[in-house]
Every structure is written in C-alpha cells, then in structure tokens.
Design a protein around this ligand. Sequence first.
Ligand code: ADP
Length: 522
Amino acid sequence: MRSTQDRVPLLSWLPPSPRQMRACIGVAFVLLAASLATIPFASLQLPETRAFIPIVDTALILGDLITASLLFAQFSVQRSRALLALASGYLFTGLIMIPHLLTFPGVFSATGLLGAGFNTTIWLYYFWHFGLPLAVIGYALWKDPDDPGMAPARASRAALIGAVGIALLVLVLTVFTTAGHAWLPSMMSDTVQWSAERLRIVAIVIFALLGTAMTLVWRRRRSVLDLWLLVSMWAWLIELVMVTFTSTRYSLLWFSGRLYGLLAGIYVLLMLLWESNRLYAQLALAAVKERHEREGRFATMEALSAAIDHEIRQPLGAVVANANAGRRWLTRTPPELTEAKQSFEAISADGHRAAEVIRSIRAIFSRREQSESPIVVDELVRETLLLVADELRGAHIALELDLSPGLAVVGDPGQLKQVLLNLFRNAADAMQTETGREALLRVSCSQHETRGVRIAVTDNGPGIPLDIAERIFDPFFTTKKKGMGMGLAICRSIVEEHGGQLEVAPALPHGSEFRIVLRGVM
Ligand code: ADP
C-alpha cells in the first residue's frame, strides 16, 4: 500500500482545495445559467454556417487528443487501470471526431467524404457520446486509492493495447457508419433535419450512461481530476438536453449544444494544463530550494567541523595538561596521591565534556540520533551550570537562579544542554567587558502562557547593539577575536528542531536576555 507521503503529486491523486471546489461549482452554475438563457430563443433558426463544424471538430480533436496524452502520461506514473480507462476514453473521443468531421455534409463535400450517407455523422456523434461516459464509468469503478498500480512493463503493454484497440474500434465504427450506413436505423430525413422521437430514444441511453458516470464519480470523488470530470459531464448533459429539444442542425439550440460539447472537452484540458504547470513550477521551486539547502548544509558542515575543532581543542588541552600534572604528582617522592587523584578526576570530566560536545553536534545532523524524552528543566539548568561552574567562578560572575521546580519539556537533553552551555559562555564572555558593575548571570524558568516552558538567560554585560541584534544568529557572525560565530546559529537550529523559539531582548537596566520557549509536557 502506498502512503500519502510517498505519492507523487499527480492530479489524479491530489485532493481538491476549497478554492478549486468553489471554481468548479461556479463554472457549473454559469453553464446552467447560460443554457437557461437560450430557452426563449429555442426555435430560432440561424444561417447555415458551414465553417462552424470544422472549427469545433478540429478544436475537439486536438483538445481530446492532448487530454488523452496528458492522461496517458499520468498513467505512466500511476499505472492504475482507472486512469488507463479514462485516457482511452479521451483518445476515443478525439479519434472518432476525425471521421465525424470528414463525413459531415457540406464540409468537404455536399454529402460528406468516405461515402457517407445522411445518417453517418449523427451515428458517429452518438458513438462519440456513448464512449466517454463508458470510459468514465470504468474509471470510477476501478478507482482505488490503495491501488499499487501495474508493474511498469505490464503498464506499457496495457497502454499500447489500449491505444491500438481504441484506434481499431474507431476504424470499425467508421466503416460501419459509412460503408454500412444503409443498415443503421435512419435518424435523419435529410442533411439538416432529424427525427426528434428517434433521437430521444438514443438520448435516453446516453442520459442513463452520463447519469451513472456522474453518480459514480460524485460518490467516489477524491481528486482534482474527479471534480473537473464532473463539470465536464455536466456540460455534456446540458448539450444533450439542448440537442434533444431541437430537431434541426443550425438552430440556436444546436449551435449552443455543440459549443457546450466543446466547452466540456476544453475545460478538462485547460485545467489539466493549468494544474500540471502549476505543480511543475512548484516542484521546480522545491528542487531549487532543496539544492540551496544542500549547499547551505555543506557550508554549515564546514563551519561545524571547525566548531568541533574549536570546542574539542579546549577539553583536550585540559586533558593533556591534567595528565602531565598527574604524572608529576605521582613521580614525586613520596607520590602526592590526593593531587594525582584530582588530576585524574579532571581528565575524566573533560573527557566526558568532549564526548558530550561530539554527540550533540552529530545529533544536529542526524534526526535519528535525537532522543526525545521528557526533561525536567531545573535539573537540566543545574547540570549545565555545573559544567561551567569553574569558568564562572574564575571570572567572578555571581549567579542568581529562579527555577520553578517540576517544569518539564520534551527533547534531546544533550542538545538542549549544548544550547544552555553556549548561552552561559556567551554571557560570561560579554561580562568580561569592563562595565563597573558586579557581573551577574541570572537563569530563570517559568511556565509560558501558551506554549510550554520559558527559560531566560540574562546577563548584565554591555548588551547587544541594535544594529547587530538580528545578525548574531547568522552563521559566522562574531564580534570576538577568537569567535567562530556558530554558537547561536546552532542554538537556534536546535531549539527550532525542538519546535521551540530562541530570541534575544535587551535586559533592564543593562545587558541582554536570551529566551528559549519550548513545548512543555502536559
Ligand atoms: P561566538 O560566540 O563564536 O562569537 P555566537 O554565535 O555564540 O558566536 O555569538 C555571536 C555574537 O553574538 C557574539 O560574537 C557576540 O557579539 C554576540 N553575543 C552573543 N551573546 C551575547 C551576550 N550575552 N551579550 C552580548 N553579545 C552577545
């Protein structure tokens, strides 16, 4: 079974938007209103405009053949029997219009080409109107959202057999209605008049077919294509009613009816072209966006490898220094075991820190590695502060905590720790600037009104000048001599990956406040 996400966005799969639904209903109403407007002129006989049929038939031939080729193209991807039936239906209507045009009296010869009789074109017209509703019925019955489609080789064979079969059928019907026209029930009394009673009998059959097709498509409607088919059949229905209420060619109803037939075909084609192009443009844009994102990711990866180097170098340096110190303590006589033990503990802590950094950075690239677990916020803050406790003490930074106990969020503890660590370090760096105030780092967490939990990291440093406030989250933006400018960019991406937000605002009266909002645990 194919899941919705796996599906290629084809019109035969895409559900209609409310806008498309409204457009279809609007078109259906306009068609109905226009047809009602012709009622007062029902008996009006217009001049015999011979050019009308070649124009309408040629437009229909081209339109239906193009529609068929677009549907065959969709079939080549979806490979469902339903689409094959519909594509074959349009191929049939497109092809059968060719003999209809050739045999129409007065177009290429007074009685029509191919040895046509009075009844040839009208019977071709009926066959044409039997064909598409039957194809639509097949389409509606075979339509199945879980249809995995035929195997590609079988699908190509089926398309070929379908196309050749339809061409043969059209050929047989053409021979039947031309060479064999004497055997067909006579409908026309001359080249212009037909018998209204006989036409009604055939019209009833077509009405029944159209009604069944429309009901089936309506009841099983799912896609944009279904919606257009319904409107198109609606136009056909109106055409048939109009033709049934007149008994001569070149009457106003006859002209209007034929125009409705044209509209029915053209409407589906225009919509197919419009939507296919729209989808194509959307996919092209998505492809360009993806390429940019990929390039951006490469740039970020380069920066990240530099960031890893930067972040790891410090704990590794400390490991080496502590190992040397430990060795010296042990080689003394007598060995200074307590000092050596402290050195080993420092080595172990630095090793853990380096491992934590690597794990968090890797987790940014691999969503699979991001563990989702409930995290108690005050514990997370306290654990992270422990990692920078020495640095804060060394820089004479006082600490103020306002942690509401028990607040919890969902996320990856390692990544979120990395975010806090970066904010604490940035605050500590900022407070190195001489301000004449006692450096104070304040960390608070509270329930956010609507969106979960809010963590604020506030310093009383010099603050962030307005002109750079928005740029500090950009990759590579730094004002520090040895800065990488990656910290806040990574922090924001981690928080956003967690469905949260990271923002900065000036702290009052001095300094900056970084605010993280994360979704809480209910
Ligand atoms: P880095 O720390 O490598 O410069 P960051 O992305 O973490 O990279 O920070 C970018 C810039 O944001 C810093 O160079 C600094 O100018 C500014 N910044 C970050 N935090 C603070 C803060 N608490 N106070 C003032 N400026 C800050």
